[in-house]
Design a protein around this ligand. Structure first.
Ligand code: NAD
Ligand code: TYD
Length: 331
């Protein structure tokens, strides 16, 4: 498994250890700013679990590991849209070249399956209707374009070399162990400190927020049950929520005033709506179990109780990024 020290990857390791303890897991992770060994500390020394520090772009390393596993699940990526607007090339390296290196090793070693964890952002902004798996990919940010590039490379390996490929396109995921740069953990950790809650422009951009445990159960289902003849799965709740709603809900749970919300300058090229048709994954037997309100309650509690986890992350480089990213709204 690549990228297992990040947010969704580490939650996926936890799910697998509990539900499929017989499965041996090797995590390969570069430990970028978003990777964190603390996310996996509970598995240190556990039988059937191994951590390898390294880059998915390192073909020699990937090849040596791939020779010994049955399947590759790729969570590894540069993942934050705002950072992709500052450093696009890092996204192209990991999300495209890194994915290609994994595909090449998977091909060489005749794997049963290569599962690429992708995103609903590859469809681009969806002004109306809902994206279906066979829709064209029209990404608009360096992040989503790099993820779409990774998907295209993986599909080329499937078509050209028979690589057994599965792809999941998850929606906005939230929950425990999320690095505090995406919307939900920014709002929660800022609210804990009575700092302004930044919403781009007017806070009206729509997303589908899925809890990380639900997202991980869906990836598990696709990995173990999906037919290779139908390889791509949207994963989301089907519920549309805007930023204003998320911020208001967080503040209500925390009993903090709405005046903490601060509208800031918009993200360049901001996709104002994503919406998924989730018929295919629900047809496979999955449905979300954690509604947004309950998920936010649980997530607020987790960040309140785990300040030793996130406070060290919100230091030095983080605040430099933060200052560079958030600018006043000019009306
Ligand atoms: P994250 O940023 O929390 O973690 C990414 C992990 O990948 C980190 O541990 C990092 O160290 C590792 N990594 C980065 N570059 C690497 C490289 N070159 N080699 C090896 N490891 C490397 O990301 P996340 O939110 O957990 O997302 C995981 C996957 O799910 C990504 O592929 C992302 O595109 C996708 N996804 C995320 C969301 C979301 O809302 N977070 C939604 C849909 C899909
Ligand atoms: P984000 O969590 O960055 O995910 P996405 O990859 O979908 O953009 O942002 C979710 C939505 O919230 C998106 O419309 C941008 C918006 N947003 C804010 O308004 N303020 C913020 O501080 C952040 C990080 C995001």
């Amino acid at each position: 498994m690549a990228g297992g020290a990040g947010f969704i990857g580490s939650n996926f390791v936890r799910l697998l250890r509990h539900t499929r303890p017989e499965v041996e897991i090797t995590v390969l992770d570069k430990l970028t700013y978003a990777g964190n060994l603390a996310n996996l500390a509970e598995f240190d020394g556990a039988p059937g679990y191994r951590f390898v520090h390294g880059d998915i772009c390192d073909a020699t390393l990937v090849d040596s590991l791939a020779a010994k596993v049955d399947a590759i699940v790729n969570f590894a990526a540069e993942t934050h849209v705002d950072r992709s607007l500052m450093e696009p090339l890092a996204f192209i390296d990991t999300d495209m070249k890194g994915t290609a290196v994994l595909c090449e090793s998977a091909r060489k070693h005749s794997h049963k399956v290569f599962l690429l964890v992708s995103t609903d952002e590859v469809y681009g902004e969806v002004k109306e209707g809902r994206s279906r798996e066979e829709d064209a990919l029209k990404p608009r940010s360096p992040y989503s374009a790099s993820k779409a590039g990774g998907e295209h490379i993986a599909r080329a390996y499937a078509e050209s070399f028979g690589l057994p490929l599965l792809v999941t396109r998850g929606s906005n995921t939230f929950g425990q162990y999320q690095y505090p740069e995406k919307l939900v953990p920014v709002l929660i950790t800022n609210a804990i400190d009575d700092l302004p809650l930044p919403l781009y422009n007017d806070g009206s951009a729509v997303r589908d927020y899925v809890h990380v445990e639900d997202h991980c159960r869906a990836i598990d289902l696709v990995l173990y049950e999906a037919p290779l003849s139908e390889p791509v799965y949207n994963i989301g709740t089907g519920v549309e929520t805007d930023g204003n709603h998320v911020a208001a809900a967080v503040l209500e749970i925390m009993r903090k005033p709405k005046s903490l919300i601060e509208y800031v300058a918009d993200r360049p090229g901001h996709d104002y709506r994503y919406a998924l048709d989730v018929g295919r994954i629900t047809g496979l037997g999955w449905e979300p179990r954690i509604a947004l309100a309950e998920g936010l309650e649980r997530t607020v509690r987790w960040y309140v109780d785990h300040q030793d986890w996130w406070r060290p992350l919100k230091s030095g480089e983080y605040w430099e990024y933060y200052k560079r990213n958030y600018r006043p709204l000019v009306t």
